[in-house]
Design a protein around this ligand. Sequence first.
Ligand SMILES: O=P(O)(O)O[C@@H]1[C@@H](OP(=O)(O)O)[C@H](OP(=O)(O)O)[C@H](O)[C@H](OP(=O)(O)O)[C@H]1OP(=O)(O)O
Ligand SMILES: Nc1ncnc2c1ncn2[C@@H]1O[C@H](COP(=O)(O)OP(=O)(O)O)[C@@H](O)[C@H]1O
Ligand SMILES: [Mg+2]
Ligand SMILES: [Mg+2]
Length: 353
Amino acid sequence: MAAERRRFSIGYALAPKKQSSFIRDSLLNLASSRGVDLVKIDPTRALAEQGPFDCVLHKLYGEEWKRELEQFRRENPNAAIIDSPDAIERLHNRISMLQVVSELRTESTSETFGIPKQIVIYDKETLFDRQAWESLKFPVIAKPLVADGSAKSHKMTLVYNHDGLNKLKPPIVLQEFVNHGGVIFKVYVVGEYVRCVKRKSLPDVSEERLGVSEGVLSFSQVSNIATNEKVDDKYYKMMHLDDTEMPPQSFLADIAGGLRRALKLNLFNFDVIRDARSGNRYLIIDINYFPGYAKMPCYEAALTDFFLDVVTKREKEEVKLNNCEKDMIKIVSNSTCCSDGDEIGREEKESSR
Ligand SMILES: O=P(O)(O)O[C@@H]1[C@@H](OP(=O)(O)O)[C@H](OP(=O)(O)O)[C@H](O)[C@H](OP(=O)(O)O)[C@H]1OP(=O)(O)O
Ligand SMILES: Nc1ncnc2c1ncn2[C@@H]1O[C@H](COP(=O)(O)OP(=O)(O)O)[C@@H](O)[C@H]1O
Ligand SMILES: [Mg+2]
Ligand SMILES: [Mg+2]
């Protein structure tokens, strides 16, 4: 009779909104059919008292939660935590988030990538100090420096000219707005899996628009606006989202792998725009931890594959470690015998007889 395969338990700790969008029956059922049980973690109870879990999946913030995870890790050294809170925190600041991009190299010779020119402004005074940002050209996007998932952290302002600066509230990142044909590419990463989807973005800004007295346009999460509430219907019809060519998959996979290793993260997406001035120049403008995977086609299979990958790798490491320990015990017990001169002595005596 074939041995029954072991089931794995993945605990998830998510905010209610995230839970309802991510934990769908389709995911639970597929994962379960492949031996993976997704189990809800109650964040109001001690994590160490829940489980047992082979892996903990989480998108919760705060020092208290970090302590819970730390204690869980100490008590369950063989369980995986996806991902490390310190690695996630790097994405909570729009400067440190993109710093890593400049260290990446890709194999592509036909496409190039980088980030838009940007500066950080901590106070109103510097905001009006032209010297501080003479390297930037209008239009610019003002983004809250902190990207902690709050509604406030998604409130962006497109600034056409100096008149618009009055409305801004530092600390902010001022980033050059790059015309990109109104389409953004969202690249979802799930471990080694990489999937790009197209979404609508802000329309290009013409030179004429820069001169208008009304200096700003405020917006929030433009790529998530439902198709029936388009910002500018005529514009999007004109854009033909479907006709927009995707960036080469191998190029994106290269960047994704580089980011995954540099950031030490498994679950994230990054937003990419294609510079309208040169068709092979790509700019990374945003990186998000544990994004809305349910909007990615076939997310259930990608996530289930990933969970299995994580837990089976851990299991193999555990077996290796156990074997290693057994070998160590043998070596230690042999050497103990040697030093006593007992066992070896006996063997030598016996063989010399
Ligand atoms: O809610 P969703 O499904 O739209 O997902 C949001 C993401 O949308 P996306 O998958 O990129 O289209 C969204 O991505 P963007 O910032 O819009 O690029 C964020 O990742 C957001 O998380 P947070 O508010 O930054 O913590 C994500 O929100 P949470 O679900 O994590 O709260
Ligand atoms: N430098 C830029 N040039 C052109 N458009 C941009 C730029 N930065 C952001 N955008 C637009 O603003 C949207 C929101 O900015 P983003 O940095 O992705 O913030 P969020 O974290 O709220 O998603 C993007 O999806 C894109 O449409
Ligand atoms: Mg974004
Ligand atoms: Mg973001």
